[in-house]
Design a protein. Sequence first.
Length: 242
Amino acid sequence: MPAFRDIPDGDLRIYLDLSTYCNAGCPQCDRTDHHEGGKLRKVKWLPNRMWDLDRVRRAYPPETPVYEVFICGTYGDPFMVKGIDEIIYYFLDNGWRVTVNTNGGTHDDFFWYQLGDRVKEYCNPDEPRMRVVFDVDGTTNEMHAKYRRFVDLGLVLSHMEAYTMAGGFAEAHTIVFQHNEDHLLDIKKLAQDHGATTVLFQKSNRSFFSEGGKRSDFYNEKNEIEYLYRSERNLREATSEL
């Protein structure tokens, strides 16, 4: 494989949304129908689309002056893409840095172990050129699935552990609401115990909050109304000792 290229400042950092398929039904996601009768599935107006390796190659041939690739789905999870592992290898073989964000609930431990084993040469912790960011939104499945619907926390942690045991570099990402804001230290410890090097905490910045910007209403998978409450904590203070 070619060595990672020393690319000058100003070259491309690309953000890719490769698919509209997703296994989750997060209530504030633009993909999710959270209205009455929607049952947290895909909104009807969004078509099913998925890129493959051939289309990626045509859009971004090896000579494209790319420095870094962020694969973070707005309308789908990257690991729903068939052949996502080959797409990742293609980018790495071109000498590009790669970051992939995922809810971590797809595939099995063997897939994740294989991925970690194949990309480990790019995963020096001091300067990782390949990283996977897993969503970990709670310390229990109930807390996690309050927002990350249809995604089992136990599977996410198992997949992250398999990936990192094989040599992959992983980070965790937590969306902070009122229901998990008092558990950030425990979330961080749980994620790190399963292979994550760091945890990024981020308040929801979605525009679905009403009631003075404090509450988000949605209909769940049982067609019952539920609420998400915005965190009022100062995250800088809350995480200063983490």
